[in-house]
Design a protein around this ligand. Structure first.
Ligand code: COA
Length: 416
């Protein structure tokens, strides 16, 4: 069975995390992703957070699977010539340079369109048009500017960033969808188009429930937030809500057996209204099923501390996996807090290809996250990341039809 994006050629000018996440997804689906890197330098992440001297970092390897690497100096004359030929050959160009970098290189959108009207040109920037358009942006800046940090953390505490890379990987995901949408549209229009994703916008899109709450605040307190039951008045902006669930079914993180010594001995517990009676039975509070203070969801909202206190008295007598085993058959939504160690060792995630063991010629075996999007008819495998310039000759000859002599000349002048 063929891969879904087989035949699509991607000119990958991305670096660090946001852009590479996007092109890695496209590569998993079978696109030929040609990663362009500066000769002798490469993507800066090859050398960042290294765990083994002189070997590509896990930061790099885990974001650049299934790609081919070509070295090319796009600021050198001969390099520019080769770059023009690559632009003419490819379907999609993806970049996440600082604002203006491609224009300075001489390859703005107008030029790219002239060279290849069918080209889909996709970019990640920190901010969209406006006062911050020229800023360089990294993950946590986007989390802060996109509304995530102000709504994450505990009431009265400092704003917090999250471990999930919603600014970088989140924007990469958005961009990949923009690219396949533009590819689909091209089948009708015959033309390429520009796809732009700002990290601030992507983070905000993922935080849209908090903008929902901002508007609800104008009509009264947010009753499902714990601070409502605690009598803490609301201010004029969506507050930080600790581990309160973001939806209409109150939930919290609760201690489980062993929490005193194990930092991850916790469970998330959701008091879904539909199974309230099951919850009352499990935690040994059958009388709450009919008690007017607890029977209905609205009755419980001012008493969430009492409700979760009682549930926690029960969860503390069980391990997080026992809580899961008892609650699941009763349809009570719970989830163990899994450490990265537990995830790395989870056999079921290996079976589905979500966690994959990859062999690398320089670092040996390492673990990575496989494609989380599974298509029934289009397989997706994980191929190790390329070494710097590993496919330079192959691409210059195979994609551009350059002769051995031309390749040697390009090397001589430092173009590749
Ligand atoms: N040949 C020659 N020059 C190259 C090249 C190549 N193959 N590839 C890159 N360069 C040059 C660029 O043209 C640029 O040169 P210039 O500044 O002289 O115009 C330079 O390398 C560095 O690019 P830049 O993007 O400014 O890198 P940086 O390390 O200074 O900044 C970021 C990194 C991530 C902050 C910045 O790229 C950015 O803000 N990107 C957009 C938002 C983003 O994606 N952020 C998240 C990253 S995970």
């Amino acid at each position: 069975m063929g891969k879904a994006l087989e035949g699509v050629k991607i000119l990958d000018m991305t670096h660090v995390q946001s852009g590479p996440t996007c092109t890695q997804l496209l590569a998993w689906f079978g696109a030929d992703v040609i990663k362009v890197e500066r000769p002798g330098v490469g993507d800066a992440t090859r050398g960042q957070l290294r765990d083994i001297p002189d070997v590509d970092s896990l930061y790099f390897t885990m974001l650049n699977h299934n790609k081919r690497s070509v070295t090319l100096n796009t600021k050198e004359e001969k390099g520019k010539e080769i770059f023009v030929r690559l632009i003419k050959e490819c379907d999609v160009m993806v970049e996440n340079f600082a604002p203006g970098a491609l224009d300075r290189m001489g390859f703005g959108w107008e030029r790219i369109q002239e060279l290849n009207p069918r080209m889909i040109f996709a970019s990640v920037k920190g901010f969209g048009p406006g006062p911050y358009a020229e800023c360089k942006v990294y993950e946590n800046v986007a989390q802060c500017a996109g509304g995530s940090a102000s709504t994450t953390g505990h009431l009265g505490g400092v704003p917090l960033v999250t471990g999930a890379q919603i600014g970088d990987s989140g924007t990469g995901l958005h961009l990949a969808l923009g690219i396949v949408t533009a590819l689909f549209h091209r089948t009708v229009s015959g033309k390429g188009q520009r796809v732009e994703c700002a990290m601030q916008d992507s983070v905000l899109n993922l935080c849209r429930v908090k903008l929902r709450d901002q508007q609800r605040l104008q009509h009264g307190p947010l009753e499902e937030y714990s601070q409502f039951g605690e009598g803490v008045p609301f201010g004029d902006a969506t507050p930080r809500a600790g581990n309160d669930s973001g939806g209409g079914q109150p939930g919290r993180i609760l201690k489980c057996k062993g929490w005193e010594t194990d930092p991850d001995a916790y469970t998330y517990f959701i008091t879904q209204a539909a199974v309230w009676k099951n919850i009352c039975d499990v935690i040994g509070k059958p009388e709450w099923k009919e008690d007017p203070d607890f029977a209905k969801p609205a009755d419980r909202l001012p008493r969430l501390n009492q409700v979760f206190g009682a549930i926690e008295d029960w969860t503390m007598t069980k391990t997080k996996f026992e809580v899961m085993a008892i609650c699941n058959p009763l349809n009570i939504p719970v989830g163990p807090i899994l450490s990265m160690k537990e995830i790395a060792e989870d056999e079921s995630l290996r079976t589905t290809g979500t966690v994959v063991d990859v062999a690398h010629p320089e670092r040996g075996n390492y673990l990575t996250v496989g494609n989380p999007i599974k298509l029934s008819d289009s397989p997706s495998d994980v191929v190790r990341s390329p070494l710097l310039g590993e496919h330079t000759d192959e691409i210059l000859k195979g994609v551009l039809g350059m002769t051995d002599e031309e390749v040697a000349q390009a090397k001589e002048v430092g173009a590749v």
